[in-house]
Design a binder for this molecule. Sequence first.
Ligand code: 13P
Ligand code: SF4
Length: 302
Amino acid sequence: MTEKIIKDIDRLKKEKKAVILVHNYQIPEVQDIADYLGDSLELSLIASKTNAKIIVFCGVDFMAETAAIVCPGKKVLSPDINAGCPMADMVRPEELRELKNKHPEAVVVCYVNTSADVKAESDICCTSANSVKIVNSISPDKEIIFIPDKCLADYTARKTQRKLIIWDGYCHVHLKITVEDIMRQRQKYPGSVSIVHPECTPQVIDVADEVGSTSGMIKFARETKAQKIIIGTEIGIIYRLKKENPHKEFYPASDKAVCLDMKLATLEKILWSLENEKSEVKIEEGIRKKAFSSVKRMLETN
Ligand code: 13P
Ligand code: SF4
């Protein structure tokens, strides 16, 4: 049955000139059929450059929206339109406008984990892979509002030595990873090194050996001489890490770090999506253009 679904997906992909973009947290079967597998930054770069007519985006809503923002002439499909990001929902455009009114001269840096409406209200976008570079690209005499993740904001502020105006958002998945988790795994696996996502708390970041986005973790795992690696992020990435590094061992910092929204795409839904060209991610053109300027500024800063 699975083989037949994969064959049908392949056929439709060719017939319709479609590509499948998959985030590192997706379920193994979906990772295995990806044309491109990556983090938020890599996937938005690929979306901005692809010649495909259709992009099937297996991730969460803000990622598919970002693809639609950078590809106005293309159809961006989401296999499950219910896949959202609770952190992205923690900031609404009207709330951001209120904060901007209090700091009219501030530059607004929005994490890519935001809706198109919020990106449209921002000056420059960033991801966990480039937040330090983006903040460093802003003139030192400017105030900066950083939304919505307070953990990524804290990490970026410390790395850049900049004082940021920080929104009170967070990722409930990364907040489940604790200092005790890192300590316990370290004791259990002597000689191991740990790498955590910057969405983790500052306390977790302080005890970890390394910090990185999901693509940063993929690179670190490939390059490190360590054989045992503790991974402080959503556990879906472990599948890719093991597949690409069969002679190394990977341990999740916490089994509780599961993002259910990232598990909604399945092979069946991808096939349905390609067959019916649904569900299409649509953004009102005025909003798209404004959001594009903040994403474009990020892509040009890379
Ligand atoms: P990355 O950009 O590091 O893949 O992270 C996306 C995300 O949603 C992390 O929770
Ligand atoms: Fe959003 Fe957190 Fe899930 Fe990433 S892991 S998509 S930040 S809820």
